[in-house]
Structure formats: structure tokens, C-alpha cells
Design a protein around this ligand. Structure first.
Ligand code: TXA
Ligand code: MG
Length: 342
């Protein structure tokens, strides 16, 4: 299959480009598109065969449900069995935006291959002009996981999608680099109080300001059977092993020395302030005090490490607040728990 990259620029009238992709989706094919978080790989969520193609292209385990994207808040009621007043407040506060809400599903609407038959559905209205225009032209729900090969970092540029899925999907709508850089917050509205299953762009504090206390992911909760089935699969792994390291100049320098023994080569992903020539490669991710800029650049940096000869990747820790929580959550998975200690 040939993969066609379709550039869309909002200052140009490109109805035809969108129409091509809409036609393809209506025929039961898949297509990649940008959202404000990461690129998604979409298929009509009501078409089981189309959804199956997503799992096939990604190499995704079939027990991991897909998020359903919608173009308007009003559509939520078509797919969710019941929408509480609390959920409406969240939708009003954060949609469109990087917040996925898990509801009991309205039976028989969304394909079983999308919800994987667990009786709930994750809904989100993305805050990206290309995604919204596509959804509105399509007029239907779009099931879409991140558009990477399963286990690889999520794509934040069309080139990342092409790298992973070239020849496996017909279309990529190229809307440039995404903004947030890490995936949406997943909030389970079926539990009391609502529980954050995956931290993301909308932080616990932001949610609590609107609806009061929520359950956040804790160390203990990760031991339990994961409620967001995908959490047990996420690795975000580049080719070389990743080690977390404290944001301390001496510790980073020592880690570089340790990992450089016996011909090892070290790439560092870290804040602007801690750049060091002792690393083979240093991918600067913005100011230390701004986890948001790290979020925006993290997956690109992890992928860039694959283009180096690095044998080890050191990822410098970020402050554990706001977006920092989402970033550390992804970094821990990428590192599979490994952390360098002096
Ligand atoms: O920002 C995002 O959320 C991106 C963009 C493309 O929208 N999508 C994304 O999808 O990250 P994916 O499939 O890579 O991650 C979806 C996560 C998984 O951890 C999955 O298990 C969880 O959401 N999830 C989806 N539906 C669920 C449900 N009904 N119940 C519990 N967890 C669910
Ligand atoms: Mg993903």
C-alpha cells in the first residue's frame, strides 16, 4: 500500500484534501491526523472491520480499547449511556481539549473491537483545527489511538507517523507539529470519585478546581490490575535503554562516565540549563522549570535518539507538578523503572 502524505494548511482552501480522507474513512479505511496532543490513527468507530485495521497497522494488542473522538460536545450522548452533571461541567471546562472521559457505553453503537467489550467508552473532543474539521466533515465518531507502532513513542509530527506506518496506511493528514506533546488525561467517570487513569495535559489540580476531589494514580494503584488496559502496555521505547537521572549536574556527569565505560555512548535528554559536552548527544528540552516544554519535545527527542549511535539514553527528571506528572509517568515507562543513583 502507498502511504500518501496530505499537507493541510488552514490558510489555504483545502476542502479536497479533507474530502479525500473523509471518503477513505467512510469506505472503512484508516487515516492518521493531528490532534493537539499527538497524531492519531483514525477509523470509523461504528465499523468493526475498520477498527480492526487500526490494531493491525499498529501491532496493538486487541484487548486495549481505543479512544473515540467527536467533533461536538452534543455527540457525547449518542455514545455514552448517561452523562452526569459533573461530566457536563468537565466538558464545558475542558472540551475541546486533552481530556478523555470514560463513560458507560450506550449499547450497540460503538464497535466491540473499539471498546473491546468492557462496557465503557472513552470520549474526547480534540482541540486541533485539522482534527475538528475532519470530524465535522465526517459527521461520525472516530476511534483513534496514537499513530505509532505499538510500544514506540507517540508521534508528534507527521514524519514520525510516516516512519512507523509507511506502507501500512493510505493517508496521513499533515498539520505540522502537535502542541501538548503527551497524550490526553484519561479520567474514569464511572468510579466515585472519578479516577485519573492516565495523567496528561489537563492536570489533577485543574480537574479538582471544577469538580472537587479525584483519585490520582499512586504507586499502589499501579500494582492493581490496570483499569486503563493500555497502561500495562505502554513502553514509549526508543531502541537504546532509557535511565532516569536526577536533575543534578554532578549526578548526570557521573552517570555519563559510568555508561561510557567499555565504549558506551550516551545521549542525554535534559533541560537547557544542564547541557554538557560530556554527553555524546544532548537534546535540550527547554527550561527546567517548564515541564510543558519538555512534554512538547519528549517524544521527538526519544525518537531522535534512535538516529544516534547512543547505547544508553539518560532522561533528566522534571519537577513533579502540573504537566511534570504526565511527563514523569511516560519517562518511567520508557525507562521501565531504571533510575541512575550515585
Ligand atoms: O491524546 C490522546 O489521547 C491520543 C490522541 C490521538 O487522541 N490518543 C491516545 O490513544 O493516546 P491511545 O490508544 O494510545 O491511548 C488510549 C488510552 C489507553 O491507555 C487505553 O487503555 C485507555 O486510554 N482507554 C481507552 N478507552 C478506555 C476505556 N473504555 N476504559 C478505560 N481505559 C480506556
Ligand atoms: Mg498510544
Amino acid at each position: 500500500m502507498h502511504t500518501q502524505l496530505v499537507k493541510v494548511d488552514n490558510h489555504v482552501d483545502n476542502d479536497e484534501s479533507y474530502q479525500q480522507v473523509v471518503d477513505c474513512l467512510r469506505k472503512g479505511e484508516v487515516a492518521a491526523f493531528p490532534t493537539e496532543t499527538v497524531y492519531g490513527l483514525g477509523a470509523l468507530a461504528t465499523d468493526p472491520e475498520a477498527a480492526r485495521k487500526i490494531f493491525e497497522a499498529k501491532g496493538r494488542p486487541s484487548d486495549n480499547p481505543l479512544i473515540v473522538h467527536i467533533g461536538t460536545k452534543e455527540e457525547a450522548g449518542r455514545y455514552a449511556a448517561e452523562i452526569s452533571e459533573t461530566a457536563v461541567r468537565l466538558m464545558d471546562a475542558f472540551w475541546p481539549g486533552p481530556l478523555t472521559l470514560i463513560f458507560k457505553e450506550r449499547p450497540g453503537v460503538i464497535a466491540k473491537s473499539v471498546t473491546v467489550g468492557i462496557g465503557t467508552v472513552g470520549l474526547r473532543m480534540p482541540d486541533h483545527p485539522v482534527a475538528l474539521r475532519l470530524l465535522r466533515m465526517l459527521g461520525g465518531p472516530l476511534a483513534a489511538p496514537s499513530a505509532n507502532r505499538s510500544g514506540k513513542p507517540s508521534p508528534t509530527e507527521a514524519a514520525h507517523v510516516l516512519h512507523d506506518l509507511d506502507g501500512k496506511i493510505p493517508f496521513i493528514l499533515d498539520g505540522g507539529a502537535t502542541g501538548v506533546g503527551v497524550e490526553s488525561t484519561v479520567l474514569d467517570m464511572t468510579s466515585v470519585p472519578p479516577a485519573i487513569l492516565r495523567p496528561g495535559g489537563i492536570t489533577a489540580e485543574m480537574i479538582e478546581d471544577v469538580i472537587g476531589p479525584v483519585r490520582t494514580e499512586t504507586g499502589a494503584a499501579e500494582e492493581e490490575a490496570p483499569k486503563a488496559p493500555g497502561m500495562k502496555y505502554m513502553h514509549y521505547s526508543p531502541d537504546a535503554p532509557v535511565w532516569l537521572v536526577e536533575a543534578d549536574e554532578d549526578t548526570i556527569r557521573q552517570a555519563i562516565r559510568v555508561f561510557s565505560k567499555d565504549g558506551g555512548k550516551v545521549a542525554v535528554i535534559g533541560p537547557d540549563e544542564l547541557r554538557t559536552d560530556e554527553a555524546g548527544w544532548y537534546f535540550a528540552t527547554g527550561p527546567y522549570a517548564d515541564p510543558g516544554s519538555l512534554a512538547a519535545r519528549l517524544y521527538g527527542a526519544l525518537r531522535a535518539c534512535d538516529d544516534t549511535a547512543a547505547t544508553v539514553i539518560l532522561a533528566v527528571e522534571t519537577p513533579l507538578e502540573g504537566m511534570g506528572l504526565a511527563v514523569i509517568n511516560r519517562l518511567k515507562k520508557a525507562a521501565d523503572g531504571k533510575r541512575f543513583i550515585r
